[in-house]
Design a protein around this ligand. Structure first.
Ligand code: ADP
Ligand code: ASP
Ligand code: MG
Length: 454
């Protein structure tokens, strides 16, 4: 059995879904279980109209919902009454939200889950029209999570039991199409796994079904040596380890949700990243073992819109408990800290979730001097040669050619070398680093951009 996950752009239109049907058809002998994201930008649109509804824009929210319905039906093709019924329920939810005037994490999940509930129905229907023996399944019946709405974590024993006892028998006979991203609590309340979470769903489902492979089909040729949204110079990475892929995902390589590798590592199931528009390209293979490589790094990831917080103890001495107090503040506001550097009396750290920044700063200022820098970026150079390559940091900073570096951290994992720069320097920095470290490529690991094989 294999799991094939298709992201939003791979199912954004009738033509895209038909391409997906052809890809699935060509792999039928491997018993594919298909995981789909919401069509195109559906999730963004649902979240935006939910916000509009609670902010007094009920009519506008309903108009946006009507437009979303029109798009869904136009691209989804002839669909049954279930899709209509879903849109009726959505309209009721929008009305309810506008009366309540409040958007809770639980209602955000209820609304955003419709994206994948709709796409799985539609894709299964189009698969049948294309001659596949397809059946839709609801991931809320199989993926059981805790109750942390919008960021739920799977309860693995329960989930694996349901997948192997209930879903596997169906999947052995037919092509199951299931929506990613969503789950439910043991009590049956709808949850979601966080933005971009369909990759994670694919991995959870693959692990629960003991799949031989998990395929993430998307709109690029695989993991590239740099983020194509920043610079179009990247080469395809042919093979990479789980650890390196997780590091890249965590530091901004959106092509893979950061949690995707966890279930796959545990069951040692290879993960592939593939392009649904160019299925003939072999993609990126993510494997358990380390990947020997002539290059110092496998890829560069980056995160924009980062805020740096510089915290200096008021007592001018590293008082006992200073670090604990700092992290307790971030913890209270469930704000993840990405990078940390410390010196004798000060701590600098970065966050990319800023909605609670003001109260966080107020609390920190009770015991420290605090300065904030907005619009920063993290650049993260990833590769497991870092620990063993002499003078690597020096070469990186030399390549940066004078661009000001605000913070530096060499990850404890020895897999990444990260630093913070001003957001406006990001594109230039990535281009310089890419030029310095990815001009001469190990052919066993990289496929040069523009080569015949690509
Ligand atoms: P999907 O909808 O299929 O899940 P995503 O938009 O979530 O697709 O992820 C694919 C996108 O990830 C690509 O279009 C690309 O812009 C972005 N991306 C960021 N960093 C990388 C990278 N290092 N390699 C490939 N893609 C990357
Ligand atoms: N549809 C969800 C999102 O946009 C999940 C996903 O696409 O992976 O975040
Ligand atoms: Mg994605």
């Amino acid at each position: 059995m294999i799991v094939m996950k298709f992201g939003g752009s791979s199912v954004e239109s009738a033509a895209a879904i038909d391409r997906v049907a052809a890809i699935v058809k060509s792999r039928l002998e491997r018993h594919p279980v298909v995981v789909v994201s919401a069509m195109g930008k559906t999730t963004n649109r649902l979240l935006a109209l939910a916000r509009q509804a609670v902010e007094g824009g009920r009519a506008a929210a309903l108009a946006d919902l009507a437009a979303l319905k029109q798009y869904t039906l136009a691209e989804g093709g002839p669909v049954g009454g279930a899709v209509e019924a879903h849109f009726r329920e959505l309209a009721e939810l929008v009305q309810g939200l506008s009366v309540l005037g409040e958007l809770t994490p639980r209602s955000i999940d209820a609304i955003s889950a419709y994206g994948e509930r709709l796409s799985s129905l539609i894709v299964a229907e189009r698969f049948r029209a294309a001659g596949l023996d397809a059946v839709q399944a609801d991931s809320r019946d199989y993926v059981i999570t805790d109750g942390r709405h919008t960021q739920a974590a799977p309860l693995y024993p329960e989930t694996y039991e349901l997948l192997s006892a209930r879903l596997a028998p169906i999947a052995r006979e037919r092509v199951v199409v299931v929506g990613g991203f969503i789950g439910s609590t043991a009590a049956g309340v709808t949850t979601t796994l966080g933005r971009g979470g369909s990759d994670f769903s694919a991995s959870i489902i693959g692990a629960g079904l003991d799949a031989e492979e998990i395929q993430i089909w998307t709109d690029v040729d695989g993991m590239l040596t740099c983020d194509p949204r920043i610079a179009e110079v990247g080469h395809r990475v042919k093979i990479i380890s789980f650890g390196e892929a997780a590091e890249l995902a965590y530091f901004g390589a959106k092509v893979l949700h950061p949690s995707t590798v966890l279930p796959a590592v545990e069951k040692n199931i290879p993960v592939l990243i593939l392009n649904s528009r160019r299925p003939e390209v072999e993609g990126t293979r993510i494997v358990a073992e380390t990947v020997a490589c002539g290059n110092a790094f496998k890829a560069i990831a980056c995160k924009q819109g980062i805020v740096s917080v510089h915290i200096r103890s008021l007592r001018m001495l590293m008082a006992h408990g200073f670090l604990r107090r700092i992290f307790e503040v971030f913890d209270r506001y469930t704000t993840p800290v990405d990078m940390v550097t410390t010196s004798e009396v000060s701590v600098s750290l970065t966050i990319d979730t800023v909605q609670n920044l003001d109260p966080i700063l107020t609390e920190l200022r009770e015991f420290a001097d605090v300065a904030v820098e907005q619009d920063q970026a993290i650049v993260c150079m990833v590769g497991d040669n870092i620990g063993t390559t002499r003078g690597i940091a020096g070469r990186v900073f030399q390549a940066m050619n004078g661009i000001n570096i605000r913070m530096i951290s060499q990850g404890a994992s020895n897999l990444n070398l990260s630093f913070v720069i001003a957001g406006r320097d990001l594109k230039h920095a990535v281009e310089l680093l890419h030029q310095a470290f990815f001009s001469d490529l190990d052919p066993a690991v990289f496929d040069p951009k523009g080569s015949a094989a690509a």
